[in-house]
Ligand binder design. Sequence first.
Ligand code: SF4
Length: 316
Amino acid sequence: MPMKHADNWLVTSKDEKRGYIQPQLLHEFWFHTGTSCNLRCPFCLEGSKPGDDRLQFITLDDAIRFIDEAVALGVNKFSFTGGEPFVNPHFTEILDYALNFKPCLVLTNATEPLMNQFARVKEFNSKPHPLNFRISLDHPDPAKHDESRGKGNFKKALDTLGRLYHAGFGVSIARLMPAGENSIAVDRAYEPFFRQAGVPLDITIIKFPEFYKPGSLPEVPEITEDCMTRYLSESQRDGFMCNYSKMIVKQNGQCGVYACTLVDDDADYNLGNTLNQAITERVRLKHHRCYSCFAFGASCSEGGCEDAKEEGQASA
Ligand code: SF4
């Protein structure tokens, strides 16, 4: 049965048809491990902090059902975000299970929760599929990073980046992207730190524009059907995460399949209780974060859906 949406799902405030993405692939499948985090960063996209349960911890049983369903649907990789995934007491067993089937990516602040479980993490090197980590290093200035994340946390994250790389795992970083920055210069400012950590200077850097906190209602232009074809090419539309990924979120004891990793605070983006139900649902670009995708091409993904297309994965 199709999910019920609010009246403004289909039309804008001016009664024009809303822009949409018709999902074509299940390339990446994400798990939100829960909004609890050991840190309390004021800019957090998720509003995460110690003990937060806006989104609850997923358990191994929750994850197994969706991992099995995604594998049957031909998914290419699993990704995990939080909160801090390593704060979730079930996380290492979930990762252990997922690595039996597909490559995995973990987004982490790379501080105590991961550092304290490093011996367990190293064992994942012997799993059938590779494990990659994306570490948050907000600014190439340790003092600025520590202003929000706490004193000494830039150094901890940088040290963990190096340790993970030398233990044989893939690594990348995520950073903030203030409006109007010189992106090439900011990326290059990380090089001395990459040298210090002993990682390649050309590791992937994922940049995030201002997304505002969950529940925020910033005023952004509305996206109509006409905007989607007038201003974007077909390949640009294909690059939207909601075209090729989905994310599991747990709230009030129930798991739901959300349209992408960027929106988990609007029930309209809960597309169903099973992947089979969710993958065919048309995604309307109603949320303010959809405007960031439209205007800046924002994405949590590395490499987008190109790999899946090259492998000739069937449309979902
Ligand atoms: S935030 Fe971006 S990826 Fe998510 S539903 Fe909106 S347009 Fe799609």
